[in-house]
Design a protein around this ligand. Structure first.
Ligand code: GDP
Ligand code: CA
Length: 311
């Protein structure tokens, strides 16, 4: 069975690890979010793709959930001495990835090709693809001004009240042939428990993605990133209102309405199952908190087993 996972950063990487190590891992592909990408110190940084790759390679800092293990910050400190902004925490090992990526892009390679090379360096056999090679950047308006996603997320620690959100460049963007082929051939498309607003919606809104999903005839299953109406980590709960949705499993169902056939919700939210089923969704209730690798594999295998049974 061919599986395609749509994923953001931290929540996406947990699902990606579970998928790669599951019995479905052989024929699986991950499509990652590039809406958080930005330039720092002249280098192109793709935080969500790197979180996916470092996690799959087991080089991720498990405490933080992002960045490399055994990291040091000499380069960033030196740049700071020059007066460069240093709020974006980039470690020495991490810098090498961004130098390599930027150099390859400057030589005319696509982000898809560069990401493939980075996966090869880390011995990751499961394909990790951006949905597009075009630059699409999430912009967030607060204090009456538009800001980059990282200014909101890292520099301002998700504190400001968000007034509006925009995916800059999305109208001119196009799905890659690689992402389109992966989606088209899928039996199951799994939406990771990622931020619906700034991770998965960016992927889904890229021209060609929704068409590819519809044409695939795949069974589409989402895992809710909310447990008991709260996020495990991150600002998704402060963003759902931008899509006129609540920050719970019901809100996830409404954001993905018409797209998903089934939804995995946490055991804590089991009382939502009836209403969701009345809306025509297949609902799977299970503990969805993924801490250990065993948790990740269990959640993904149980979710995919259910999807296969329903499809
Ligand atoms: P980001 O790009 O690093 O912000 O990460 P994602 O968009 O991929 O994922 C963020 C979402 O993952 C948050 O809304 C969290 O609630 C969710 N999340 C993180 N860990 C877990 C988990 O173990 N289980 C579930 N159900 N959701 C999780
Ligand atoms: Ca992200």
């Amino acid at each position: 069975r061919r599986i395609t996972l749509l994923a953001g950063g931290v929540g996406g990487a947990k699902a990606a690890e579970g998928l790669m190590h599951s019995r479905y891992g052989q024929h699986a592909t991950v499509i990652g979010n590039t809406g958080d990408d930005d330039r720092f110190h002249g280098l192109w940084v793709s935080p969500d793709l790197d979180t996916l790759v470092y996690s799959l390679a087991d080089h991720i800092d498990r405490q933080r959930g992002w960045g490399r293990q055994h990291e040091s910050y000499q380069t960033l400190n030196e740049l700071k001495a020059y007066g460069e902004d240093s709020w974006m925490t980039l470690g020495d090992l991490d810098f090498a990835t961004h130098i390599y990526r930027t150099n390859q892009l400057n030589q005319g390679k696509s982000l898809t090709q560069v990401t493939r090379s980075i996966c090869r360096r880390f011995d990751i056999s499961m394909p990790v693809l951006p949905a597009t090679n075009d630059v699409v950047q999430t912009r967030i308006r607060f204090n009456n001004q538009w800001h980059s996603f990282q200014e909101y997320f890292v520099q301002h620690r998700c504190q400001p009240e968000i007034e509006a959100i925009d995916y800059q460049g999305i109208r001119q963007a196009r799905i890659t042939p690689e992402a389109e082929a992966a989606i088209s051939r899928s039996d199951i498309i799994l939406l990771a428990p990622s931020n619906p607003v700034v991770s998965l919606n960016v992927i889904l809104a890229i021209p060609g993605v929704m068409d590819a999903i519809r044409n695939s005839q795949a069974y589409v299953l989402a895992i809710s990133p909310f447990i008991g109406g709260k996020t495990v980590k991150g600002p998704a709960d402060k963003m759902m209102h931008l899509l006129n949705a609540s920050s719970d499993s019901q809100g996830v169902a409404s954001v993905y309405q018409g797209l998903i056939d089934g939804l995995v919700i946490d055991k804590q939210d089991k009382d939502d199952a009836l209403a969701l089923r009345q809306q025509g969704l297949d609902v799977c209730v299970m503990p969805t908190l993924m801490s250990s690798l065993d948790d990740k594999i269990r959640v993904i295998e149980d979710a995919l087993d259910s999807a296969l049974a329903w499809s």
